[in-house]
Design a protein around this ligand. Structure first.
Ligand code: TTP
Ligand code: MG
Length: 369
């Protein structure tokens, strides 16, 4: 049975950190506003977190070194401000709370984005979406005073790309029958998971647009990029994505479990498998841009008894090195309490939050490849 058509929405708050600063001080509205992370080495060292659209006209954008931003805005009445995450979080929480009420299922991704499954809210009818979005926009405008852009499609992949097409205060709706046409002319790096390096590699194969990728032989993609990625790229380019909108409950966790090649008490062998599991878990967490505070392991011994260990960190992280180190320490501890060999191992992360992950997004998995 084919799955019924879903109506999925991505909401992306406009120039978020800078918009929050405008909210706090409306006199900033017509000026170029730059929010930056100051590294503190010299007065101007650091990078732009984001800039409002007035500043963007001068070529100032996320990631630009602050001294260059200053140079580009020379002679204007530009205002430079340091990041105030606590304040932005307050605003974000208020918005997310309101948005949640409009969705059948709701998944916040980072501090300024959320997916909404609104299939039942609009009765599966894409023609009813515009009115719903207008209602949401004016509701948030009245309650909080913030604008956002929306992408709508039959899945998360299309919704995400659509949201980038019209900004700020935009709305782009891609109906199921228009997906292929919508995607085909876009550059291939618009797909999540196609970073700079992958795009360059695809360029060498003559793949420049998503349409090129969609037409490329899937078997060859598998040979070049491996099975998982090859098939993912093929499906993504064809607009296929079945990922549900995950409700991120407080009790939720991400975990993986696997059987060792042979029963063992050798830490190096255990960690070899554990690191594979960790990489998958970390990829999942990075995709959803969540940080985690709790790390747990489980070991099934040869007598099939199970032992577990767990640690809660002081602050949330999405750092894979921390995850690997902690898991290793937990296995060392666990081994010291038993003389049995281990047969199966599992790794789990839980106690999620978005803040930390949002700040570290530039180092997240997908931005790195
Ligand atoms: P984005 O949604 O990528 O950017 P934005 O909201 O500022 O602008 P747009 O109107 O294009 O959506 O990121 C959300 C926030 O995350 C942004 O306001 C600041 C922060 N951020 C950084 O700190 N560093 C970065 O490199 C990026 C891209 C974002
Ligand atoms: Mg945004």
């Amino acid at each position: 049975m084919p799955s019924p058509t879903r109506v999925i929405m991505l909401v992306d708050l406009d120039y978020f950190f800078a918009q929050c600063e405008e909210l706090r001080n409306p006199a900033l509205k017509d000026k170029p506003v730059v929010v930056g992370v100051y590294s503190g080495r010299t007065e101007d060292s650091g990078a732009v977190s984001t800039a409002n659209y007035v500043a963007r006209k001068f070529g100032v954008k996320s990631g630009l070194p602050l001294y260059l931003a200053k140079k580009r805005l020379e002679g204007t009445d530009a205002v430079f401000l340091p990041v105030d995450t606590a304040f932005y979080e307050q605003i974000s929480n208020k918005i997310m709370e309101t948005l949640r009420g409009y969705a059948d299922a709701f998944e916040q991704v980072g501090i300024d984005e959320a997916y909404l499954d609104v299939t039942r809210k609009v009765d599966g009818d894409f023609d009813a979406v515009k009115e719903l979005v207008q209602k949401m926009k004016s509701d948030i405008k009245n309650k909080v005073g913030v604008t956002f852009s929306v992408g709508v499609g039959p899945n998360k992949l299309v919704a995400k790309i659509a949201a980038d097409r019209q900004k700020p205060d935009g709305l782009t709706i891609v109906k199921p029958e228009d997906v292929q046409r919508f995607l085909s002319s876009l550059p291939v790096d618009q797909l999540i998971g196609v970073g700079r390096k992958t795009a360059a590699k695809m360029g060498e194969l003559g793949i420049r647009t998503i349409g090129d990728l969609a037409r490329y032989d899937v078997q060859r993609l598998v040979v070049i990029f491996g099975k998982k990625l090859g098939i993912y790229f093929h499906n993504a380019a064809n607009g296929i994505d079945n990922e549900p909108v995950h409700e991120l409950g407080e009790t939720e966790s991400i975990s993986r479990i696997a059987t060792l090649k042979e029963d063992t008490r050798d830490l190096a062998r255990i960690m070899e498998k554990a690191n594979q599991l960790i990489e998958e878990i970390h990829r999942d967490a990075a995709k959803r841009r969540i940080g985690f505070r709790q790390i747990s392991i489980i070991a099934v011994m040869i007598d099939l008894s199970a032992k577990s260990r767990s640690r809660t960190l002081e602050t949330a992280t999405n750092n894979i090195a921390v995850l690997k180190r902690t898991v290793q320490e937990l296995f060392e501890k666990l081994l010291s309490t038993s003389h049995l060999e281990i047969r199966r191992i599992g790794v789990k992360i839980a106690h999620f939050s978005w803040n930390e992950a949002a700040q570290q997004r530039l180092t997240s998995f997908f931005n790195n490849n």
